[in-house]
Ligand binder design. Structure first.
Ligand code: FES
Length: 386
């Protein structure tokens, strides 16, 4: 591993506008994945296996994260279980005192491996599902037989008394199945479900015209969640992620830029958010050459949109500036071409009407385009892959 220089003290300005330590670290151990979901949050340019951090480098990231005061590690990908050294990484993270969450599609884990991971200190499993209709789940993920494997994983998680979250990305092609998706989470014995309307970055943005549900579908899904929340009190906890395109106010994306979350890519680049590589002008440091604490406190990318001093109007004088932080920088960049603009999800953004119109136009199309599946080596549409 490269020699890492000690870091300099952070400035007073940085100290005022960020927490001393992020709460969570998203460790994208790999971009490899057997699934090809067209809404994947990984970048369009996926890291290759020969670029990935080594076992020792990831273990060092875990130790540095604990030293920095981080509490939770989200082991993600791609599919993190394709890393044969996942056990060694989990073991070091757990020994360092970190709460470890495995974010998995659940198609590659075996019962024995899950047990071994638990014995080494794995605390929590987060299982993503595409749909509860087999054929539709296969169509969305371009993977056969996944649903049955997820059922099995749910059974093992229950057997080992581990906490389980079901993550259900919701879009045009599964939103009508939401009641069954909620039932599936209950049958699995999940403690929590994230009904996560797709956020349109990266692959999801590329596939927005295929994935966008109608406003009526979204409103109905919110009612379904409200009803289920009441009915399943004490059984299942709900997180409902609203779709930006039908919102009037923006979400405080990442809880504020450089405020609580840190993201490490498979090759070790340290990002303020998973989608930030699309913003021009940001300089991303790498854990191979700098300490995590130094990057968090002093990194150019982390300080660029930290706090509120970078804001323009209408955010600058908005009474909610310290609450929503102007929304999402990546969405402002993707939709308006300027990351310092107000998130177009905000009704005060001059781009808001155009933003809503795009969703309404695309969701009304009776023949949405074929998926562009997420894969290494370039995007091809579903039609091209037949
Ligand atoms: Fe990057 Fe919102 S996804 S700031």
């Amino acid at each position: 591993m490269n020699e890492i220089a000690p870091f300099e003290q952070f400035s007073e300005a940085t100290a005022d506008s960020c927490a001393r330590a992020p709460i969570g670290l998203l460790a994208e151990l790999t971009h490899r994945c057997p699934l090809q979901c067209p809404y994947c949050s990984n970048p369009l340019e996926l890291d290759r296996v020969n670029q990935e951090l080594t076992t020792a480098e990831w273990q060092d990231v875990m130790r540095q994260a604990a030293d920095l005061g981080i509490l939770q590690i989200h082991l993600s990908g791609g599919e993190p279980t394709v890393r044969k050294d996942l056990e060694q990484i989990v073991e070091v993270a757990a020994k360092a005192g970190l709460y470890t969450n495995l974010i998995t599609a659940g198609v590659t884990l075996t019962r024995d491996r899950l047990k071994a991971l638990q014995d080494l200190g794995l605390d929590h499993v987060q299982l993503s599902i595409q749909d509860v209709d087999d054929a539709n789940a296969e169509k969305i993920s371009a993977y056969k037989g996944g649903l049955e494997k997820k059922r099995e994983l749910g059974k093992w998680v229950r057997e080992f008394s581990m906490p389980l979250t079901v993550n259900a990305p919701i879009h045009r092609h599964n939103i009508e199945n939401l009641p069954n998706i909620i039932n599936f989470a209950v049958e699995l014995g999940a403690d929590r479900i994230e009904v996560a309307n797709i956020q349109y970055y990266a692959w999801a943005l590329k596939n927005r015209a295929s994935l966008m549900p109608t406003r009526a579908q979204v409103l109905r899904s919110a009612e379904i969640v409200e009803e289920a929340k009441e009915r399943l009190k004490g059984v299942l906890v709900f997180d409902f992620v609203v779709p930006d395109y039908y919102a009037k106010t923006p979400k405080p994306c990442m809880g504020g830029w450089g405020k609580g979350i840190i993201n490490v890519t498979p090759q070790g680049r340290v990002l303020p958010c998973h989608a930030s590589e699309q913003i021009p002008g940001l300089e991303f440091d790498n854990v191979k050459s700098k300490r995590l604490a130094d990057i968090w406190l002093n990194g150019q990318a982390f300080n660029k949109y930290r706090g509120t001093s970078w804001m323009k109007e209408p955010c600058k004088s908005c009474p909610k500036a310290e609450l929503d932080f102007g929304g999402c920088r990546c969405q402002a960049m993707a939709f308006t071409g300027d990351a310092t603009n107000t998130d177009p999800a905000c009704k005060f953004s001059p781009h808001h009407a155009e933003f809503v119109a795009a969703a309404e136009r695309e969701s009304a199309n009776p023949n949405p385009p074929a998926f562009v599946y997420r894969r290494l080596g370039g995007a091809k549409s579903g039609a091209e892959t037949e």
